[in-house]
Design a protein around this ligand. Sequence first.
Ligand code: EPU
Length: 335
Amino acid sequence: MQILENISLKEYNTFGVQCYAKRFVSINSFHDLQQLLKTEKELFLLSGGSNMLLRKDIDKLVVFLNFKGISIDREDKNLVHITANAGENWHEFVLWCISEGYGGIENLSLIPGNIGTCPIQNIGAYGVEVKDCITKVEALEIATGKLIIFSNEECKFGYRNSIFKNEAKGKYIITSVSFQLTKNVHQLNTSYGAIETALADKKITSPTLKDVSDVVIRIRKSKLPDPKEIGNSGSFFKNPVISKTQFLELHKKHENIPSYSISETETKIPAGWLVEQCGFKGKRFGDAGVHKKQALVLVNYGNASGTEIYQLAKKIQTKVLENFSISLEIEVNII
Ligand code: EPU
């Protein structure tokens, strides 16, 4: 375990923003992490770097969580319990599960990031959220170095939300996540419009896990920019939830407003639609911009700073508030 100095973080965040770590350490084992916690308490945790916008150099010790490993805890005829360590890449884990015939997370194919961060924002796409398969999350408590186990309920999962974004924020280092997946009788979730259409186009009537994953990958690639080509952090904003009353008012003026009813009194509106209606889709301001195929995604064309991207986000929030009286909440962690 070697502490390095003045390390560029450009390769460590999917926005590809240039910032430096004063001190940086790559952690490859649970043991090293426990040792580190004996002497260092002021840490900046870095995993896949796929949900953060860096606006400044980091003074704290940057800890790159790189420990890998996947193990099968137990299995029976139809269920398998798997634990994956924090540094495993999410998408590679999904592909491995599919190749082994384990079902439940195929709709979450191609989401950037690592295992250790998937519970923090409860990643979700195409009708599935990772909380549906998580059985427990193990984490080291920074203050004490103790291993704490969070059950699914204790994680307090919500839409793009969990305890790790609220009362547990900054207090724990997630070291592994355990999942319960299916082996034979899979509950495929193909009801999301774009998946249904893509499967029908391919004339697939009884899809396999791989069919669903392939279709999701194709849809994501057609809409979302690959961070290796254009820096981005996926959805920059959350889809806002508004009251039914406000929705009905908006509907009068905008008949084509897309919406998902989430309860008797509340409706969710796609933030991408709101941003597009405000004229930002595909717009570029220097090297910061709004993706041309999905207005929910802010992009870095090369040399945008975190502050420039943040200023664009603020501009969008102001316009959406002005035009629709809706406050857009940022999903990405702003540093
Ligand atoms: N829309 C527009 N303009 C846009 C983008 C979207 O009008 O530029 C409209 C679409 O026409 C559609 C609706 O918004 O009617 C929904 O669009 P989409 O199906 O692409 O989903 P989303 O609500 O924009 C959410 C997640 C994505 C996830 C997709 C698919 C959030 C914040 N985002 O996007 O998650 O992939 O659903 O399930 O909930 C991510 O978190 O990084 C991410 C990409």
